[in-house]
Write a protein that binds this ligand. Structure first.
Ligand SMILES: CC(C)(COP(=O)(O)OP(=O)(O)OC[C@H]1O[C@@H](n2cnc3c(N)ncnc32)[C@H](O)[C@@H]1OP(=O)(O)O)[C@@H](O)C(=O)NCCC(=O)NCCS
Length: 190
């Protein structure tokens, strides 16, 4: 799978599966979002090479999906401008369920990259891993993410009140899910 997305700035972005040389860029993006302190319930950045590489090897061993958005004009690790992962559920009896996580670098948000990599990750997770349903969760304050997920067909199925406590604030966790066949029947373009 390889696709070129042209942004309204004229920049051409390559969408493709994860490779080993992306690891540093992916974790840079993750750590930048942790520093923003607004979107993920994680307090400490991931710095060690061992953690970063173990993540990569685990994804490849388990055949999990990680779709990358790359700006080929930039040098590594800054070329990796977004990532969407669909992991397996932790439960033996939920192999039909994928768990979605996504990050787009701040400078590249609101250009349609998130929408594109989520759509491709969902399709690949059905094709390659036989997933039927995608679940995710996010802070109730993350209006951009919730808007985008709803636009793609995700439904809110619950809210865990005050589930996270960060920097003296409580955050509600919104739980969302999407059945891939419903998604495919509504998204016949691309
Ligand atoms: C959430 C995220 C992945 C979305 O990626 P993206 O590339 O910015 O998404 P897109 O450009 O495809 O879509 C964003 C949409 O939200 C809209 N939007 C922006 N700010 C918004 C707001 N405050 N409220 C509602 N909608 C908003 C945009 O207009 C756009 O919609 P449109 O295409 O209909 O105009 C990205 O912004 C991000 O990485 N955020 C920080 C990390 C994060 O929140 N990860 C998800 C944790 S659950």
């Amino acid at each position: 799978m390889r696709k070129v997305l042209t942004l309204r700035t004229g920049e051409e972005i390559i969408i493709r599966h994860l490779k080993k040389s992306d690891v540093e860029g992916v974790w840079n993006n993750f750590n930048e979002v942790i520093d923003e302190g607004l979107y993920l319930p994680v307090l400490f950045p991931v710095r060690t090479q061992l953690e970063k590489e173990s993540w990569y090897h685990y994804i490849k061993k388990e055949n999990e999906i990680c779709i990358i958005a790359e700006n080929p004009k930039l040098k590594p690790p800054f070329n990796i401008i977004g990532q969407c992962e669909i992991s397996n559920s932790d439960w033996d009896a939920a192999t039909h369920v994928g768990v979605l996580g996504i990050i787009v670098k701040k400078k590249y948000r609101d250009f349609g990259i998130g929408r594109e990599i989520i759509q491709i990750a969902i399709k690949e997770s059905k094709k390659l891993n036989n997933k039927e349903k995608i679940t995710l969760s996010c802070f109730s304050t993350n209006q951009r993410a919730i808007y985008l997920y709803k636009k793609l067909g995700f439904k809110i199925v619950g809210t865990k009140k005050k589930q996270f406590y960060m920097e003296s604030n409580y955050y509600d966790e919104v739980l969302m899910e999407l059945w891939i066949d419903d998604f495919l029947s509504h998204n016949i373009e691309s």
